[in-house]
Design a protein. Structure first.
Ligand code: ADP
Ligand code: MG
Length: 399
C-alpha cells in the first residue's frame, strides 16, 4: 500500500508497464525514451539496494551471481566486473559447505543458516536463501540475503544477553523463583499432613482416600518443581558441563519421553545411525536432551494428521550431525528468518522460546543449526556439532 502511494519509483514503473503493453506501437524515438527511463529506474533501484546493510544476491542454480548489492559484494568479495560470471560457491566455499550440510543437490525453497566464512575475511553471516521463480517454466533462481552477525557471535554473552531478551528472562526467572518458594512450603505442609494421617488412631480404611489425595498433590508438586527447574535451566545462561556423549542415547531418551505423544499424534518416528563411527560429541547431557526435545516437539507439532519424523545421525571428518526431518507443514519464507526470535510463534498455544533455546545451546556447544523447509512438505533441522578432537580450522593471520 505504502509503496503505491508514496514511491515515485513505483508510479513510474507502472507507467513503464503501460508503455510496455503497447510496445508494438512504439516508434524508435519513443523506444529510446523508454530504454532511457528503464535505465534510470534500474539505477534508482540499484542505489536503493546499495544503501541496505544486508547483502542481497541473486544467483542461478549453478551459483552464478546475477546481481549483488554493495553490501553483498563486500561480504562475498565480489568485484564489479565479476557479476554475471563469478560463482558464489567458488568465491566463498564456506557458504557452499554450510549449505551442503546434507550433501543434497536440490536446495529446499527456504533455507536459513549461520555460516562462518574465512574469505574475504573471517566473519559470521546469517544466510537466508529463498527460491524465486517468476514463471514456473523459468530456470530456478535464488535470492540470498546475508546479515553480518559477527558482532553478535563474538560478544561472549551473545544474543541471549541482548537487552530485551535479558530483561524478559530476568523477570521470568524471578517469577519462577518466587513460585518455587510457596511450592516448597506446600510440599513441607503436605508431608506433615501425611505423617499426621499415618499416626491418626482411626481405621486405615477411613483415611485411605485422603492419603491418596495427599499423595497426588505431592506428586503434582514435584512435577511442577521439575518444570520450574527445567525452565530456569533453559533461560539462565549456564555454562554447559561438557563430557563425551553419544547422541544416539540422547535421542533414545527423548523419544522415550515423547513416546505417548508420538503415538497419540499417529506419527511414525525412525532413527538411523548413518555412519559407522559413533555420533559422539562433547556435550552437556541435560542441555542436549532439551535441545533434541525442542526440535522433535516442533516436528510433531508441525503435523496435524500424523506423518513421519526421520532422525539421522552421522559424522564427517570435522563434524557430527543430528538431522531431524519431518513431513509437517513447513515454514514459509517470511517466517524462516524469525524463528530464533524470542516469543516468535505461529501456534495458538506456543511460547516461541524453543528455537531460541536450541540456538543458544548449539552455540554453547560450538555448533550450528541449519533449517531447510519446503512449505506444505516438511522441514529438516540439522544440528552440526564439532567433532571431539577434530583439528580446528585455521584462521588466516589477522591483518
Ligand atoms: P513454539 O514451538 O512455542 O511456537 P519455537 O521457538 O519452538 O516456539 O518455534 C517457533 C516457530 O518456528 C514455530 O511456531 C513454528 O512456526 C516454527 N517452526 C519451528 N520448527 C518447525 C517445524 N519443524 N516445522 C514447522 N514450523 C516450525
Ligand atoms: Mg517449540
Amino acid at each position: 500500500m505504502a509503496a503505491k502511494k508514496s514511491s515515485g519509483a513505483g508510479r513510474r514503473v507502472s507507467s513503464i508497464e503501460r508503455i510496455l503493453g503497447r510496445l508494438d506501437d512504439l516508434d524508435s524515438a519513443n523506444l529510446t525514451i523508454l530504454v532511457q527511463r528503464l535505465a534510470r529506474e534500474r539505477g534508482l533501484f540499484e542505489m536503493l539496494f546499495d544503501t541496505i546493510d544486508e547483502g542481497i544476491l541473486v544467483i542461478d542454480s549453478t551459483g552464478t551471481i546475477e546481481y549483488a548489492n554493495r553490501a553483498g559484494m563486500r561480504m562475498v568479495g565480489l568485484r564489479g566486473n565479476e557479476t554475471g560470471s563469478a560463482i558464489l560457491w567458488k568465491l566463498v566455499p564456506d557458504l557452499a559447505r554450510t549449505l551442503d550440510f546434507f550433501g543434497e543437490d536440490n536446495l529446499a525453497p527456504n533455507i536459513a543458516r549461520d555460516a562462518e566464512i574465512f574469505y574475504p575475511e573471517h566473519r559470521w553471516l546469517r544466510l537466508q536463501l529463498s527460491r524465486i521463480s517468476l514463471q514456473s517454466t523459468e530456470p530456478a533462481r535464488f535470492v540470498v540475503i546475508l546479515r553480518d552477525i559477527t558482532a553478535d557471535r563474538e560478544s561472549t554473552e551473545e544474543m541471549i544477553e541482548s537487552e530485551r531478551v535479558n530483561s524478559i528472562f530476568t523477570l521470568a526467572a524471578s517469577v519462577a523463583h518466587e513460585i518455587g518458594n510457596p511450592l516448597n512450603s506446600m510440599k513441607i505442609h503436605l508431608e506433615l499432613i501425611r505423617r499426621k494421617l499415618a499416626k491418626l488412631d482411626v481405621p486405615a480404611e477411613n483415611t485411605k482416600s485422603l492419603k491418596n489425595s495427599v499423595g497426588i498433590c505431592l506428586e503434582e508438586i514435584s512435577r511442577l518443581d521439575d518444570i520450574l527447574k527445567n525452565f530456569l535451566g533453559a533461560i539462565r545462561p549456564q555454562k554447559p558441563d561438557l563430557v563425551k556423549t553419544n547422541l544416539v542415547e540422547i535421542v533414545i531418551d527423548v523419544l522415550g519421553v515423547q513416546k505417548v505423544e508420538l503415538e497419540n499424534r499417529n506419527i511414525r518416528c525412525s532413527m538411523i545411525q548413518a555412519s559407522k563411527e559413533l555420533p559422539v560429541v562433547l556435550g552437556d547431557e541435560s542441555q542436549l536432551k532439551q535441545l533434541v526435545f525442542n526440535v522433535t516437539k516442533n516436528a510433531m507439532e508441525a503435523m496435524q494428521d500424523g506423518g513421519s519424523i526421520a532422525i539421522e545421525l552421522y559424522c564427517d571428518e570435522e563434524f557430527v550431525y543430528l538431522r531431524v526431518k519431518d513431513s509437517g507443514c513447513g515454514i514459509n519464507r517470511d517466517d524462516i528468518s524469525k524463528i530464533y526470535e524470542p516469543f516468535f510463534t505461529t501456534k495458538n498455544n506456543g511460547h516461541g522460546l524453543g528455537m531460541m533455546i536450541v540456538m543458544r545451546i548449539m552455540r554453547e556447544h560450538g555448533g550450528q543449526v541449519g533449517i531447510d523447509s519446503t512449505p506444505g512438505a516438511g522441514t529438516t533441522v540439522t544440528l552440526q556439532f564439532p567433532k571431539p578432537g577434530a583439528r580446528a580450522r585455521m584462521l588466516p593471520p589477522t591483518k
